[in-house]
Ligand binder design. Structure first.
Ligand SMILES: NC(=O)c1ccc[n+]([C@@H]2O[C@H](COP(=O)([O-])OP(=O)(O)OC[C@H]3O[C@@H](n4cnc5c(N)ncnc54)[C@H](OP(=O)(O)O)[C@@H]3O)[C@@H](O)[C@H]2O)c1
Length: 241
């Protein structure tokens, strides 16, 4: 798992799982750029789950597909693109079309937009694209139809892009995390009853960490996974069992 000399872009790498993924590549010698929504890296200073030290940063709102299409390449050569962007709306906001479309745009549409933007770069490097879905893709998520539909959609997008682009030399795979303590999941992990229930459903009896998820991403991007095409690996402490 030596990534020296490799260039990695982590979309949604400014916090949570994506930040853990970015730091895992950085620790193994890669040069890493992360994308997030704030105007500068300094705007994340002191935020729990956001350590941007040593990382390059660019602000790109990925729900703006034109902005994605016109975004500057972070490096002359791109070896790995990891897509960790994600959002959710609570309080039944995803049952209104405005909320539904917003979540689907970030969680599904933007993944296609970023993949398309960097297709030629990844083909040139014979690189790897890794898409973050969720173990929620395989079941229901109470109150979040857009989150669920978008994450289920990513399973199909991962398979379809993998099949279409393998002949271009791009390997496409995915990771489906279980519950990880990030700003996306505060509504569960900071609520004692919900957390207790969630833990009771996880055979490993603990939440996942960004490092747990990064392990699978590092594997999928590596030569160890040279013959793994179009798969989404579930990393959830056994919750989906
Ligand atoms: N945490 C879990 O339990 C869990 C479980 C299964 C799957 N996942 C998936 O894992 C991925 C990472 O989520 P997380 O839990 O680490 O949540 P997070 O800490 O909230 O990270 C989400 C990332 O997406 C970025 N993002 C959101 N909207 C964006 C937009 N319009 N344009 C650009 N970037 C945008 C955020 O940028 P800012 O930092 O600027 O807000 C942040 O970097 C998501 O795809 C999520 O669905 C998470």
């Amino acid at each position: 798992m030596d990534y020296q000399g490799k260039n990695v872009l982590v979309v949604g790498g400014s916090s949570g799982i994506g930040n853990g993924v970015a730091r895992a590549f950085l620790d193994r010698g890669a040069r890493v750029c992360v994308w997030g929504t704030r105007h500068s890296a300094a705007a994340y200073a002191g935020e729990d789950g956001s350590d941007l030290s040593g990382l390059d940063y660019a602000c790109v709102d990925v729900s703006d597909f034109d902005a994605v299409a016109g975004a500057a390449a972070p490096f002359e050569r791109l070896d790995v693109l990891v897509q960790c962007q994600g959002t959710v709306i609570y309080g039944r906001g995803e049952f209104a079309m405005e909320g539904f479309e917003k979540v689907v745009a970030v969680n599904l549409g933007s993944v296609m937009a970023c993949a398309t933007r960097f297709h030629d770069d990844l083909a040139a490097s014979q690189g790897s694209l890794i898409i973050l879905s969720s173990n929620a893709a395989y079941r229901t998520t109470l109150g979040n139809p857009a989150y669920n539909a978008s994450k289920a959609g990513l399973l199909g997008l991962t398979r379809s892009l993998a099949q279409a682009w393998v002949s271009d030399g791009i390997r496409v795979n995915g990771v489906a995390p279980g519950l990880v303590d990030t700003k996306l999941t505060k509504v569960t992990v900071e609520h004692p009853d919900r957390l207790k229930w969630a833990l009771s459903m996880i055979p490993a009896r603990r939440l996942g960490t960004p490092a747990d998820i990064a392990g699978a991403v590092l594997f999928l991007a590596s030569p160890h996974a040279a013959y793994v095409i179009g798969q989404t690996i579930t990393v959830d402490g056994g919750a989906s069992l």
